[in-house]
Design a protein around this ligand. Sequence first.
Ligand code: AHN
Ligand code: ZN
Length: 338
Amino acid sequence: MLMIKNIIKDAGLTFMLGLLFFACSSPGKKDEKSSGQLEQKAQVKTPVFNADSAYHYIDKQVGFGPRVPNTETHAQCALYLESKMKRFGAEVIVQEADVVAFDNTVLKAKNIIAQFNPDKNDRLLLFAHWDSRPFADHDADASKHNSPIDGANDGASGVGVLMEIGRQIGKAGIDMGIDIIFFDAEDYGQPDHLDLPYKEHTWCLGSQYWGKNPHRDGYYARYGILLDMVGAENALFFQELHSLQYAPELNQHVWNIASDIGYGNHFVFEKGGMITDDHVYVNKYRNIPCVNIIQFNASSESSFGDFWHTHDDNMSNINRATLKAVGQTVLETIYRER
Ligand code: AHN
Ligand code: ZN
């Protein structure tokens, strides 16, 4: 009887222990499973873009003086951009290229290529030009046509926004491979005030070179986003026509995200102009679908803004609200990728 009682007791204990084990192990398993699922979907949350920091990076670039190829101030700014991107955690390549300008000047160009997660095959490309224009051919004062401009909006703004995006990627991490390229010698195109016969392909010399000689053999990215003149107050970004041709879905996607997160006031769902810019060559030579976020209003007389290619393209025209709209939209776009 005692033995039977003990057996029953043992069985009870085993049962109790079993229950206890089940109770302990099964939620554990459930946790593992759900955290596994979470891991697959879990993305780092989209970081918050800091417009003050982008503004500061623009001011720093302008502070060097004109970023015209073959000048000392250009070389100093290149070192600054390289060292900042390294500090944000990117692996940086400075691609040096001799390119020939419209007037046969040989420009010692530097494309600055910052790679995040360099070993990942699945990549996104963000780019802007970092050089500034050696002419002010649209300035009302003709005596100043041959002096270089600050290019706070035209050049520095796109770079400043991408630097802040790079800083955020460095802090938060990201699943995708990301390349941020600052192209050189975009804005050395044949000036209007010289009345020379029209010549094609005198703009975007840095991206033309890189397109034919990418930093990695066969370089490819899912898509590319170009930022050009993204810092002016109340800037409107219409849908640029090359972008609509090469990357119609991406164009809608980016504009949808902008309006989703509250920047529909800057991103207009209407056609803009057809603009020869760095994205054309990235598309043409590397076959990467690209969109250009650029201030250009086809129905306004000063389509790129009144201070475009004048000495008024300085810090006084840089606006934090516009930088925020563009920076947060691009960050949201790349953090939604998987
Ligand atoms: C042309 O005017 C042909 N392209 C404009 C590209 C540009 C100049 N972006 C900035 N400055
Ligand atoms: Zn320009």
